[in-house]
Write a protein that binds this ligand. Structure first.
Ligand code: MN
Ligand code: MN
Length: 290
């Protein structure tokens, strides 16, 4: 059973740092500064980042985060910011999109979809119904949902657990129960609605914390990650290690670590995202991140 008070505290911190993040999305502002400021504020507030701040732009949908010496700044882009906060492993996961590209309606489509789905949540409702509502809402704006990305359950130190929450109508869903904690996260696009893996990879997570690792450097890395982040996703820029790339390559090859390549639509298309974390109740739900 989830610790609901800790979920709520993570949500309180999430709402606070989301305001900070919103204020920092401006043309010419630094992506790295935004990510580091938000991650530090999460710690100052008594939480910890549940994953690196994701800053995905234009055709990118997820898993983009600045590198250590990133000097990239915001331009006339669609900027989607996904933030995770945990308190003792209990997670608040939510995202918003700011449009500076002239595609406000696309932002409105994902926001309306998450709100419509949240309205529908209560014990006894199927995740298939949430997917139907999401697809119908985004379709109403003339856009496509991203079919191959989904919302998810949140567990203790587990960023993605069952049930999966589809962003389209599906035949079979999972019936929600009171006390379930789920993240609902529609993505809307003017593209086909299918994202693919790009080549950039800045986010990783430990898959097998107890693996026997031969290389000394790789073993030290596993120990550090285990202590600091457990099996939650971490950013390369969080680790000060001059043999980091080599160690990560080795650990990926032996499935001890998994990488999360940036997920993107085709070039020239845009993706918006809106996400909230909710606690399912008998007659509705409590949104921890709103
Ligand atoms: Mn998220
Ligand atoms: Mn999520």
């Amino acid at each position: 059973m989830a610790n609901l008070e800790k979920h709520r505290e993570a949500g309180r911190i999430h709402k606070k740092v989301t305001e900070t993040a919103r204020d920092m999305v401006k043309e010419g502002a630094s992506l790295l500064e935004l990510a580091e400021t938000v991650e530090q504020e999460i710690r100052d507030e008594g939480g910890a980042p549940a994953f690196p701040v994701n800053i995905s732009r234009d055709e990118e949908a997820a898993h983009a985060t600045p590198s250590r010496d990133d000097d990239d700044t915001f331009g006339e882009e669609m900027v989607n910011i996904d933030i995770g906060v945990h308190v003792d492993g209990w997670i608040a996961d939510a995202a918003f999109t700011v449009d500076m590209s002239g595609n406000d309606e696309l932002v409105e489509a994902s926001r309306a979809a998450v709100n419509a789905a949240v309205e529908r949540v209560e014990a006894g409702v199927s995740t298939a119904e949430l997917g139907r509502v999401i697809e119908e809402t985004i379709d109403g704006y003339g856009y496509n949902p991203v079919y191959n990305l989904t919302g998810h359950g949140l567990g203790e130190y587990e960023q993605h657990t069952s049930p999966s929450v589809p962003n389209r109508a599906v035949d079979q869903g999972v019936t929600l129960e009171a006390g379930d904690v789920i993240a609902i996260e529609p993505f809307a696009t003017d593209g086909r609605g299918k994202v693919k893996e790009g080549s950039a990879e800045e986010i990783f997570s430990l898959q097998d914390p107890d693996a026997r690792v031969r290389s000394r450097n790789a073993r030290d890395l596993v120990e550090t990650v285990k202590e600091e982040y457990r099996t939650l996703p971490f950013a390369k820029r969080w680790l000060d290690d001059n043999r980091l790339d080599m160690s990560l390559r080795r650990l990926k090859a032996s499935d001890v670590v998994e990488g999360y390549p940036v997920l993107k639509e085709r070039d020239g298309f845009f993706v918006s995202q809106a996400e909230h974390t909710v606690i399912v109740e008998e007659d509705g739900c409590e949104v921890t991140t709103r």
